[in-house]
Ligand binder design. Sequence first.
Ligand code: ASP
Length: 450
Amino acid sequence: MKVTKFGGSSVADATQLRKVLAIIQADSERRFIIVSAPGKRNKNDIKVTDLLIDYANAFLEKRDTRSFELAIIARFNEISEALNLSKALPEIAVYITNLKQTTLTSTPRIMDLFKSSGENCHAMLIAEFLTSQGTPAVYVNPKDAGLIVEDIPGDAIIKKESYQAIYNLRKLTKVAVIPGFFGYTDEGNICTFSRGGSDVTGAIISAGIKADIYENFTDVDAIYSANPGLIPNCHAIKELTFSEMRELSYSGFTVLHDEALMPAYQGNIPVVIKNTNNPDAPGTRISFKRSTKEESVVGIAGDSGFTSIYLSKYLMNRQIGFGYSVLKILKELNLQFEHIPSGIDDMTIIMRKNQLNEAIEEQLITRLRTELDLDELVVKHDISMIALVGEGMRNNIGVASRATSALSRNNINLEMISQGSSEVSILFAISDAKEKDAIKALYYEFFCLA
Ligand code: ASP
């Protein structure tokens, strides 16, 4: 059995949905279909989820919502008409119009209710479409599927008990069309995953039904070794391990949601990324072990918007509890750190800049300075983290040396280097302004100079 997820651009309009139909009909194992809300039809288009967020904001601010309702219904109407469908649309129009009658009072809950309806309505429409084309299909609401989540609006986390319930979906005789992106809390409220979260639903359903494979259809032929927008003719990756994919998506690869791998990883379900517009391309397979030869570096990712805080204190290494005090301050200010590489007498905190405003930064700096009695503290904003990823690094000597030489030849100053003991990645902190140059230099070194 296969779980097959189609992202927003794959279900953006009737033309795309005809491709989706052909893909589903080409393989009878494709019995669990997870769908996103209609995405962008072209570069300047607006995703239905974004229209729903605008609608929710207008409702919350007591502004006129009509234009948003009409724009959203028009998207579904256009698809329904082009595919000669008639059943689901009236229900969808009522559903969208009635969102503003909600009795919910909490803003995040209202937001989640609105946001989830793009996927919810589209799943109804797609189930009707498949059925009309000779593939009997049924819309399955996530609550009926047993998809119960922790109550964190906009950032839901699956509850372990869900998997047992989801297993029962195997009994369905028709193709199940399940809306991605949300589940229900124990109290019965809709709760969405973070943006792009239909990938997460697909992984959860795959693990729950113990699928043979989780197919994730998107709009690229494969995952590439670096951003193909930056590197023309970029090398397509055939196979990746879960750890490599996790490192790459954490460090800026956006093809797959950062949290989508966990359920697949835990359930040992291989994931394959494929292209709806070119389904014959082999795509990229992600699993525990590669069958191909271990390359030392499989991908290079970059992500900007970090801040580094350098702390130094003579004889820091002798002071018991120094690290603990740093972490305590971060925790008390509710700040997340990404990396804390350290030396004998110094330590650097790398964190996402978007958590800081002027007041919080001031508080953090003052507390670090006074409570830790530092010799020096230097804050640098606009830092990029570049990740060189590959399990094969473990068995290849000299990867870090090649990388640092390539960066130095290109006049790129390193603020920090960090390699975890798992040796799946090496991270370099550099100035934002040099991010593109660094990725190009590393790509050239590891993929062009064989
Ligand atoms: N429609 C949602 C979003 O745009 C979820 C998804 O497409 O995966 O974030």
